[in-house]
Design a protein around this ligand. Structure first.
Ligand SMILES: NC(=O)c1ccc[n+]([C@@H]2O[C@H](COP(=O)([O-])OP(=O)(O)OC[C@H]3O[C@@H](n4cnc5c(N)ncnc54)[C@H](OP(=O)(O)O)[C@@H]3O)[C@@H](O)[C@H]2O)c1
Length: 290
């Protein structure tokens, strides 16, 4: 099976590259410089040249706060380009694995969100990702949309790295405690995508559709930070729980975007990854601190 990956320099993209050798898969990785997914001709050229069996879209505009000022670019990448990728896959007769987000949900529910719950995004990034999902659904039957959340890994920027840095620079940190979600290791997302690609290669088909895949257990940002700090040797930083209202951000954040991951378990037998043990993965925190 030959897979063309877009966004290979990102958190998930890098992990796809790192784990591909563990699967019977040939992976062709493209960065934004090599393949800009908002360029329909460039997509077509890559598909024609590479003739992949599957396309994985790990590219996205992911700067949630910046998106409020950069709306046009955010929608161009997350909505329009997702549609272009789906169109190219439909023309080539190949499937698309597409990544989406817990931020398609607005947080009004007091339980974890299921795939059947109607999205109601409350910020630009969430709206652009939801509309991107819709483009994929409308244009390509053979799609797998994986909604993931609170991603962290050794490549790129994320909450784990930010907390590790801030813990070195400060004695006390205020961390939001009234937003609940599901931290997810990028490595687990990558191996799940590669596992599903391998099954597709073996069976020639897959139960297409939308799936939630996120780490366990659910927690608040404050709890997430507490676990990170526990891993930092010699850190005495004090973490204070605060409310969202006392930490205003340009993009609104939902109080609850926990993802119910029963569907992927029932359909494929894939379990939620344990994010706490993933904090020990090499390269995530400085070696002296793990
Ligand atoms: N990060 C999270 O917490 C989170 C949570 C839920 C869902 N997700 C979703 O998961 C997926 C992967 O996220 P991630 O954390 O791996 O993101 P990331 O680290 O920000 O990587 C995204 C990659 O997309 C590339 N990119 C941006 N615009 C592009 C374009 N026009 N053409 C081609 N590539 C482009 C970026 O290139 P440059 O390196 O050149 O900027 C970057 O390498 C995305 O769909 C995201 O929406 C992420």
């Amino acid at each position: 099976m030959k897979i063309l990956v877009c966004g290979a320099n990102g958190q998930v993209g890098s992990e796809l590259l790192g784990h591909a050798r563990d699967f019977p898969i040939e992976l062709v990785a493209t960065s934004q410089r090599e393949l800009d997914i908002s360029d329909a001709e460039a997509i077509q050229r890559h598909v024609d040249e590479q003739r992949p069996d599957l396309l994985i879209n790990a590219a996205a505009y992911t700067a949630v706060d910046k998106a409020e000022q950069d709306r046009e670019r955010c929608f161009r990448v997350n909505r329009d380009a997702s549609g272009l990728l789906a169109d190219a896959c439909a023309r080539a007769g190949i499937p698309l694995f597409h990544l989406s987000t817990d931020y398609v949900f607005g947080g009004a529910l007091d339980r974890a969100y299921r795939e059947t719950d109607p999205p109601d995004p409350i910020n630009t990034y969430g709206r652009s990702k939801w509309e991107g999902e819709q483009r994929v659904r409308e244009r390509l039957e053979q799609h797998l949309i994986l909604r993931i959340a609170w991603v962290f890994g050794p490549h790129g920027n994320n909450f784990v790295k930010t907390i590790a840095r801030l813990a070195r620079e400060h004695d006390e940190l205020n961390i939001v405690a009234d937003q609940l979600g599901s931290p997810t290791p990028a490595s687990a997302i990558a191996t799940t995508l590669l596992e599903l690609a391998s099954r597709l290669a073996g069976d020639g088909d897959l139960a297409w559709g939308t799936y939630h895949y996120a780490g366990a257990p659910d927690c608040s940002w404050h709890e997430f930070a507490r676990r990170i700090v526990e891993r930092l040797e010699g850190s005495a930083v004090k973490l204070h729980p605060i409310d969202t209202a006392t930490y205003p951000t340009p993009a609104a954040r939902a109080a609850n975007t926990r993802l119910d991951c029963s569907r992927i378990k029932e359909t494929f037998g894939i379990e939620r990854p344990d994010w706490q043990s993933a904090l020990l993965e090499p390269g995530l925190l400085p070696a002296s601190e793990t």
